[in-house]
Design a protein around this ligand. Sequence first.
Ligand SMILES: [Fe+2]
Ligand SMILES: [Fe+2]
Length: 324
Amino acid sequence: MIDRHRRGSFIMIEWRQANPRVLESWYEKSGVRGSPRRVVSTDDDILKDFFPRHLVTHLAHPAVAETDEVIKRYLLAQHLYQWLNFTKAFEVGVVCRATKLIAEQDCGIEVPSRVRMDAYKILVDESYHALYSVDAVEQIQTRSGIEALPYDFQPFLDNLDRIGADHPRHRRLVQLVQVFVFETLITGLLVDIPKDPNVVSLVRQIARDHAIDEGRHHVYFADFFGRLWGQLEPGDRQVVAALLPDLIIRSLQPATRSASSALREIGFSPAAARSIIAESYDQESVTAGIRSAAERTIGILEDYGVLDQPGAREGFAESGLLDF
Ligand SMILES: [Fe+2]
Ligand SMILES: [Fe+2]
């Protein structure tokens, strides 16, 4: 799962009150500049959980709950690897792709040089997040002896980009909106993981490091979206407002493909794995989770008047993101 709902004070910088120049202190405060490489500890810390158990929904399914501890540890490890591999691929393939457009003055709107300079800082941050995600996978594989199953980001990316494919003239705009959405969602996982004392320290440390950087990115992208929205033609505003609900929902779908591979790997038949997944991630709770994770993003859209576009509020309601 990309993200889980719930707020945490240290990443909840309220963008309305925040100084949009939040990246001015980047040289002193960013993780890449100020924190050491996180390494898996040499004691028996590795015997702790690889991921908070309550966040791995399929672990609580009766058919999985009755399996032995070795199996559960394997599933936890695979869940962690999936999350880290997804993070790595998303940072590089989606966040950096759009942030580069801003940095290189190719985003279709005029932005001050400070905004472009900050985009370069974010490119560095996101590349570093990708690096320590891969580094953590490598270290944990080595120390635990549990090998990561292959991870394929392409289906997720294709699904996300399909929205832009329907609007080829707006491809660049869609990429910018993608990054705004993802960078303003409530990154609940990053908040919950550091709090769980039963989780391997390396995992908690990188989640905490990541959350602190993302708090600054949130302010930056909320501000950037205001600039973008303010300079769009009426027709383009209409397109953006119409595709946002789908974009939010696709960004937050649980990563059930990887969970299903892990279940099959431990001996469940494809049909059994399918039903465990279907019962663990039912549509109602998935939608409730997405709605909660997107609450802050939708609040920003409200503030900029995006939902006042004709049909926009109805589109959000039809997708289950708002009440009718
Ligand atoms: Fe990041
Ligand atoms: Fe970010």
